[in-house]
Design a protein around this ligand. Structure first.
Ligand code: HEM
Ligand SMILES: *[C@@H]1O[C@H](CO)[C@@H](O)[C@H](O)[C@H]1NC(C)=O
Ligand SMILES: *[C@@H]1O[C@H](CO)[C@@H](O)[C@H](O)[C@H]1NC(C)=O
Length: 523
């Protein structure tokens, strides 16, 4: 999911940049120069640019550093002591940070001030009671079986009405398509259906090229995320605050984008209100927004507008959560499968065995539950390519982690899910191999890992609420696509060497660089 909290990754990134810079300079002045690690010229910008050119390796670089420490934890001291923090890949420390001493590690004020314009008081951006209330409502709603069937029905409907027909056309025309882009449109469509009961018909081919309400919303949303993200990058928060005050440049366009986003979200809410009045059938209102609205009735809102604003924040948070997370996960999955013919065969066999009952490429919620090998393959792909690669908290008071590491008040405390998935000490010497079998017991039944060893969906009280939904989406899409087509990656797919050195973008979400160009072959 798009967790904006992870923008602190950029803070860590900047801090580490400064740290390495300081280190290089220190080396340059204190020892014999080494041509490789210490460039001959010392202009700060020069070194910085050199580092930025290597930033595609950022997560691997962090993983390398973490793996050399006995505690799987590093302390990070910022340039000129401007910031301090730790970064860990140690499961015991994760348990401490995210569960046993949960109240000492929060999102904090910096995130709130930066993200408030976009997220308001939505679940991602708040701590304490404001978070707890929303969490209680949401976790109740997310755990009903009726929601799960609703999700899987919605996914199935969209699969047979938009994705599979779209792919069939591409297949017949021998087109090369960007699977990452196609999947991301699909999941945006899906989150709108599931969360609000509104279909933006985003994949509808007739609409391509047309500027619809939806596409201006998506554009505004992506822009707002980008600007929020850049706010974190600035060395001084005063810069964006002054720009906002003067209403100039990116802050001016940002404000316009926020208006478009809020207007669109409010339209959804008004649309639901009108539909609600004309319609007494309860089954029609299975979507999350209706459920939230129902549960929020007794939260004691002062007036209707206040309640609407609350619902609007919910709408925006869910879009943020559901827009790119599952599509990114699936992109890496298809890439890995394209490079592992044996795994592909095993998945296809599993699907074929079920399809005696399941009609063509349409698998029910109960069918999906039986796919142990597919579940294992998806988990294995998430281990190597967690959509949220690094995450961060702010420390309230001084504390000592399980590994004995000291964390001071006001420090950031980060964990790298990416590094943890690639740690020999956690997964064994074959940790860089894509091997779904490691998740299966002797009877080929899926065995989940302890959450602190596999924090892809976060851990503890703030664990991802959409995990089950994400698996239903991923399994339905993977099953439908793989049952109909063989996906041929133009680059040959994710083999062992590429897994160790993968093409990712350094951003909130671990997207594949340049997308995933593929061709399809019919089964
Ligand atoms: C493969 C897909 C997904 C992954 C890897 C993922 C991962 C995560 C992570 C790491 C967090 C922790 C964020 C933080 O507090 O810092 C989170 C939170 C959350 N996720 Fe997901 N997510 C996925 C899909 C979804 C979907 C489809 C939804 C549904 C709308 C969703 C809803 C949420 C919500 C509501 C939270 C906030 C929980 C809270 O703060 O109490 N996620 N997710
Ligand atoms: C929320 O519930 C109230 C009362 O049940 C209803 O009048 C209103 O239309 C609902 N709003 C939304 C956005 O579903
Ligand atoms: C949790 O953090 C507090 C600081 O707020 C510290 O005093 C306490 O010892 C920690 N608790 C545990 C169980 O480590």
């Amino acid at each position: 999911m798009v967790d904006l909290n992870n923008v602190s990754l950029f803070f860590l990134f900047l801090t580490l940049t400064f740290l390495s810079l300081a280190y290089f300079i220190f080396q340059c002045y204190s020892g014999p120069p080494n041509k490789n690690s210490c460039p001959q010229s010392y202009p700060l910008v020069g070194n910085l640019v050199g580092f930025l050119l290597n930033h595609h390796r950022f997560h691997d670089w962090v993983a390398d550093m973490l793996s050399t420490t006995p505690s799987l934890t590093i302390q990070v001291n910022g340039f000129l002591g401007l910031s301090h923090g730790i970064c860990t890949a140690n499961p015991a420390n994760l348990d401490h940070l995210l569960r046993s001493n949960f109240s000492n590690y929060v999102k904090g004020t910096r995130f709130r001030s930066i993200l408030h314009d976009l997220l308001g008081y939505g679940i991602f951006n708040v701590d304490g009671d404001l978070w707890f209330t929303q969490r209680k409502i949401a976790s109740h709603e997310f755990n009903t079986r009726s929601l799960k069937t609703f999700i899987s029905d919605t996914v199935q409907y969209q699969l047979s009405n938009s994705l599979i027909p779209y792919l069939s056309t591409a297949c017949d025309n021998h087109d090369v398509i960007d699977l990452q882009e196609v999947l991301s449109r699909f999941t945006f469509d899906n989150i709108c259906n599931v969360a609000f009961g509104v279909d933006p018909a985003w994949l509808d081919m007739k609409r391509v090229g047309e500027t619809s309400l939806v596409s201006s919303f998506v554009q505004a949303f992506d822009y707002a995320v980008e600007v929020s993200f850049n706010r974190f990058m600035l060395p001084l928060p005063a810069i964006w605050k002054i720009k906002r005050l003067l209403n100039i440049g990116s802050e001016k366009r940002y404000k316009e984008a926020i208006e478009i986003i809020n207007e669109y979200a409010m339209n959804i809410i008004r649309f639901k209100e009108e539909n609600c009045r004309n319609d007494d059938k309860q089954e029609k209102n299975q979507d999350l927004l209706s459920r939230f609205n129902h549960s929020a009735s007794n939260l004691g809102f002062l007036d209707q507008d206040q309640k609407r604003r609350f619902l609007r924040d919910i709408v925006i948070s869910f879009i943020l959560a559901g827009k790119d997370s599952t599509s990114t996960a699936l992109t890496w999955f298809f890439w890995l499968i394209a490079g592992h013919a044996q795994c592909e065969r095993l998945i296809y066999e599993e699907l074929s065995a079920a399809s005696a009952e399941a009609r063509l490429a349409s698998f029910s919620y109960d069918d999906l539950k039986k796919f142990n090998y597919l579940h294992a393959a998806l988990s294995e792909s998430l281990r190597l390519f967690p959509p949220v690669p690094i995450n961060s908290r702010l420390t309230i008071s001084d504390d000592i982690l399980s590994s004995g590491t000291y964390v001071g008040k006001g420090w950031f405390a980060d964990y790298s899910a990416y590094a943890m998935g690639r740690m020999k000490r956690l997964w064994g010497p074959d940790c860089l191999e894509f091997r779904p079998e490691r998740w299966l017991d002797d009877d080929r039944v899926f065995q989940p890992r302890d959450q602190f060893n596999f924090p892809v969906f976060h851990c503890g009280p703030r664990t991802c609420l959409g995990k089950d939904m994400a698996y239903v989406q991923m399994k339905s899409i993977a099953a439908a696509v793989m049952y109909e087509f063989e996906v041929v990656a133009i680059d040959g797919g994710g083999c062992r060497e590429r897994i160790a050195n993968p093409p990712y973008v350094l951003s909130l979400i671990l997207k594949m660089k340049g997308g995933l160009p593929i061709r399809l072959k019919r089964r």
